[in-house]
Design a protein around this ligand. Structure first.
Ligand code: V47
Length: 378
């Protein structure tokens, strides 16, 4: 037995440790036991075992830039501080030239990814998004375009009356490289209705990713925790993702996202506090253990803080996300983290955790930098 000398006062973890050591799949009940265990160090130790089996010390990050073309959104999700009604103060929609200028602005390091997400704007035509991708590809041909959550894709289908497949095919032709994992929130219908009742449900979110994978596009997945969800909701969410991944194999990375209450309707309902470091680390560890078919677990430093994200590299995470440059969604919701980190700072955090930093592109191919060139190893 791999964990013969495991010291824990939680009998449920002994049983789970045997399974983890034998590479056996964990069940719904195991997931609940992990969430309900007070022995965070053992949960983290088991997750770290899996992480090191998959990646050794390798720890990934990328040099990316976030672009949010519009914050106008018809959805009014209670969890969100970013979206605005079209006539509200602070509402914006960038002209395409503005998007292209922003993409190249204020950063001397060559980015390898643009991460592009925005609100559900009722008046921007679908052509705007096609022109946006085409225009970025023309100007930055080597940069990967990771763009539009499943919620945005489904909204374009609704506006145009095209199918989700047709929307994805057209976006792919225009330069779409992969889908980010946003909009998943929590799949359990009763909880989902209370935090984002105008958003697509789990069925459609999963359908968009299933179709994207069928078209050869990779994607990520997220889960929003630290609000009104139960342990059962979180385990259910993770196992639905695991089921789809069994079928398609198209997910690359899972990113647990901690709810930030400031300036949100949901935050006003209860005197909310931000999630604790313990909850953040537990979500990283439990997701690493349950999502046995996901290659990567990301500790998104913007959301977790660089301090907790660094510790997460010993609790199951193998990725820190990237340089980001200009983050809006979490900063509108009260995040105190910086909006940008340099490559050197990220590498230092990783090295200090005893891990080996690997700059990757969006598809996890290693990136080589010299004084004059950036190349991706294929
Ligand atoms: O979809 C919105 C969440 C997501 C809040 O795929 C909130 O690599 C917490 O998906 N508190 C967008 N969370 C961010 C996202 C993401 C981030 C980094 C990397 C990747 C990737 C994806 O943020 C939204 C929603 O789930 N969100 N408001 C809030 N107040």
């Amino acid at each position: 037995m791999v964990f013969e000398r495991l010291h824990t006062d939680d009998p449920a973890l002994r049983r789970i440790a045997e399974k983890v050591g034998a590479g056996e799949r964990l069940t719904f009940a195991d997931g609940l036991a992990l969430y309900r265990s007070n022995d965070l160090l053992t949960v983290g130790y088991l997750a770290n075992f899996v992480r090191e089996k998959l990646h050794g010390n390798r720890t990934y990050f990328n040099v990316n830039r976030h672009i949010n073309p519009t914050n106008v959104c018809v959805a009014s999700c209670k969890l969100c501080a970013f979206g605005r009604k079209p006539d509200s103060p602070g509402a914006y929609a960038m002209a395409l030239d503005e998007v292209f200028r922003k993409a190249g602005e204020g950063w001397t390091e060559a980015v390898t990814e643009f991460h592009i997400v925005g609100g559900l704007h009722p008046h921007l035509p679908f052509q705007y998004y096609l022109d946006l991708l085409r225009g970025l590809k023309e100007r930055f041909p080597t940069v990967h375009l990771k763009a539009f959550t499943a919620v945005e894709i489904a909204y374009y289908a609704h506006l145009t009356r095209l199918s989700i497949r047709q929307i994805l095919e057209q976006l792919k032709l225009a330069g779409l490289g992969s889908l980010p994992g946003g909009g998943a929130e929590i799949f359990a219908p009763a909880t989902r209705r209370r935090i984002c009742d105008h958003k697509i449900g789990a069925y459609t979110w999963l359908k968009v990713h299933r179709i994207a994978h069928g078209l050869g596009l990779h994607s990520n997945a997220t889960m929003l925790y630290g609000h009104i969800e139960s342990d059962e909701d979180r385990v259910d969410h993770l196992l639905q993702l695991r089921d789809l991944q069994d079928q398609t194999g198209g997910f690359q990375t899972f990113i647990p996202l901690a709810f930030h209450p400031a300036n949100t309707e949901l935050g006003k309902l209860v005197a909310w506090t931000e999630t604790s470091g313990l909850m953040d680390l537990k979500n990283i560890a439990v997701s690493r253990l349950l999502l046995d078919n996901f290659p990567h677990i990301k500790a998104y430093w913007i959301m977790m803080t660089p301090r907790v994200a660094q510790v997460a590299l010993r609790f199951g995470a193998d990725d820190l996300d990237g340089t980001v440059v200009e983050e809006k969604i979490y900063h509108d919701a009260g995040a105190h983290t910086p909006q940008v980190m340099t490559r050197q700072e990220i590498e230092r955090l990783i090295r200090e955790a005893g891990r080996e930093p690997i700059e990757r592109d969006t598809l996890y191919r290693p990136v080589r930098r010299t004084e004059t060139a950036v190349t991706v190893q294929v």
